[in-house]
Design a protein around this ligand. Sequence first.
Ligand SMILES: Cc1ncc(COP(=O)(O)O)c(C=O)c1O
Length: 441
Amino acid sequence: MSTPICDFVQDYCRSVTFRLHMPGHKGRGELGCEALDITEVPGADDLACPEGVILASEENTTELFGSRHTFYAAGGSSQCVKAMLHLAYLFRPEGAGNRILAARNAHKSFLHGCALLGLEPVWLRPEFPSPLCSCPVSPGALDLALDAGERPFAVYITSPDYLGGVQDIPALAEACHRHGLPLLVDNAHGAYLKFLERSRHPLDLGADLCCDSAHKTLSALTGAAYLHVARDAMAAYEAEARRSLAAFGSSSPSYLILQSLDLCADRLDKDYPALIQETARRVAALARELGIDPPLGDPLKLAIPAADFGCTGFELASCLRGWRAVAEYADADWLVLMFSPLLGSDACNIVRRALPQRRPSPRRPLSLPAPGEKVLSPREALLARRVSLPVSECVGRVCADAAVSCPPAIPVAVCGERITPEAARLMEALGIRELSVVYGA
Ligand SMILES: Cc1ncc(COP(=O)(O)O)c(C=O)c1O
């Protein structure tokens, strides 16, 4: 596959000595990557309205994903989530207001988007106690929610979640489409799902709009992301997507990130999908050896229940640290490891050696408490005067943080909700010490 952005930058580096333009490092510096860090010089194209090398590279990626169009972003899925909300609201169906049905395990960028755009999330919560980070939504529950109350303008889910759990996207998409609504999927953790033997990417399962952090599971640099408009989605999304992305991103997107997206497409066009599939088989074999369920929905992620080893996720993480290996995520109940072809087979071997013997012990994993009373909208809460208090003093106060989470994917409370005693207890158990609450509320 061609690499038009990288080719341009290489040529630029060879042919220009004096950069009498931004950025201020002038292509020289101690990091080592400065020469490649260019800006919108003639020929470099412009991510905000691309007609040259950036558009050509996006078209390569569009072909790989089979989307209507795949847009590059340098502000991560955080930027793309907000752009998806903007697009879905701009082209909302007749009779819909500003409500959006959303699974409660949404990343805080969703709350920021709601606050900025004045949107009202209506939470879909798990029907059964489920681990923190997860929020399985059944098609039946979605149907009921869609029939209740004022018409929403879209449905929003996170799949895969932090523990590798995936939603039943085909059934949820079917329910949305029956109601004339788009399904928006935060697929930040699942860019690679397209390249499994059989694609499990949300675009192929019925999502209308979907974002992927290319930096989380592919080889792109941190910040690199895709906003995909599905082939069967509304054409207007494609026409407006760049303006939506621009509303939430920098006007100077990083060319280092754009080059990494360009190279990533080339790699995916070559043998990388086969390497992803081989790694998935290796991880499944490791899971079987460890006596845990093979990760089906998100096969490059291993969520290890720490109780199976008679300890906490933190303790398992420190076993790995002794082998110079660092986990993606650990809490009292879980250790989460993310694999990639770039680690080679050694990574699985290190995990085999580092983890202790299985010693299953009973433990009831933490789950989310019932939600607190909704007092303010996300917008009102995020724009309110606030004060930081110890968690123990926050019971009864209104949360002003987008999502109180530790680590990043557990929204124990979201902005505008009253903090309940159960939520405060869970926050303390998760090591959260202070909270930003609405002043005086
Ligand atoms: C589920 C989910 N969505 C969105 C994001 C934001 O992604 P990014 O870091 O690419 O902005 C994250 C980041 O951790 C995430 O876990």
